[in-house]
Design a protein around this ligand. Sequence first.
Ligand code: AMP
Length: 510
Amino acid sequence: MGIVLGIDLGTTNSCMAVVDPSTGQARVLPNREGERTTPSVVGFDASGKVTVGSTAHRQAVLHPRETIFGVKRLIGRRFSDPAVQKLMKLLPYEVVSDPAGNAAVRVHGQVMSPAEVSSHVLRCLKESAEAQLGQPVEGAVITVPAYFDEVQRQETKAAGQRAGLTVHRLINEPTAAMLASRFDESRPENIAVFDLGGGTFDISLLHVEDEVVQVLSTCGDNFLGGDNFDELVVEALRRIFLKQTGVDLTGNPEALWRLKDSAESTKRTLSELDQTSIDLAYLAATPQGPLHLSIPSFSRTLLENLVARELERLRAPCEQALQDAGLTVKDIHRVILVGGMTRMPAVRTRAEQYLGHPGERSVNPDEAVAMGAALEADIVTGTSPEMPKVLLLDVLSRSLGIRTEGGRFSVLIPRNTTIPARETKVFATTFDQQTHVDIEVYQGEAPTVDGNRYLGELQLAGLPAAAAGSVRVAVDFTIDADGILHVTAREPATGRKAEATLRPPTASSP
Ligand code: AMP
């Protein structure tokens, strides 16, 4: 088998690592430009040329509509999803609906799925690794946010396959981070992984005992990350510029992109310093000449005030994760900080406040997830013989169930159930002379199916015609280690059976 990489396919940045077979240690592979992380940005020019990473990021100033970033927030979502509708207003590029109603992007008139955009990032990483290692890269273990649903996982897998990678496994980012930090535990421990990246916040509580890592609960916010912090700073800069010059930069994508760049680097600087200055020359042009933005002092306190609400948003998922796992802060033994945003002092303070321990950062927070994915790749492929065979027990990110009378959602396997899992529930016919039942499968937490994700359906026909409620149908859900759901419906009296393997709908199926 060729090389199998560990890849952290991030909202803002991606990172890859590989295990050195002689030492069993994971190491980060830099990209062709020598960077240890690669911006998840893809640029398209009119001739069809594609650029990835920092090169694409640099062209964004001139071509904001042709430079696609942050597609991880769109992947596997419907166009009508309120989150997509909200995001669209903030993005400088065009978000559209594909013919099947899924969120997609349009560049130079061409509609592309988020998976296709991501595949360019993955291919770039694959090719960089091959150039460096002098060997073909065969596959990857790719990480996903802990509570990505089945569709988002499937689309991430599709992105890998499109890039020519065999996706050996998708693992949850916090689980990967925990693997990278330490996993030869001699005593049982509860570990909180607090992961604040560019676009998502995940908090996961893990239990480690006898080389078994069990995810007790996962919670988070798909729409909370460094990008939100940057947007608030951009908005403040826009207002300051308006006050200084009387010119509103709304509707000027080039200027807004420069503000975003400046906001991000200001935020990073303020993780180290108490204050910094901002100078952006030629930010806008007027008939009277060019206009510049100059802020001699921008303080850490000002930044913390601007993002106070976002910092507060970190609290509820921490509390929910503790509640779901049946733990209190006293039961937590250690906290691992992951994601570039955990370098911000105010974020670290919140993590400690909500989880009761100062966060440890034994591995670089930007690289921990990729390193853990590389270790998992090594376990899956059995490359290093002396590698401890850590058994990864994962949990279901969203409840699985079926539609019942009145559009209600009846849960068969609740979220946070350790997978693989199996559950059977018996349902009765709902009207007289009913000879078939349609079993519609959904995933989510809403009490009615309208609020949940449709995964597919199967029909059990040939039921004995009888009075409502007198014919019973046993519905069995089995979810395997890769998160693929197998559904069986059986009528015990006649032994009639219908089966389906439900894969989430892909971009090409409605
Ligand atoms: P990740 O998704 O883990 O790559 O995290 C990316 C996010 O971390 C972006 O929003 C970055 O602006 C942010 N970030 C990276 N380094 C720092 C830093 N030193 N201080 C504050 N935020 C940072």
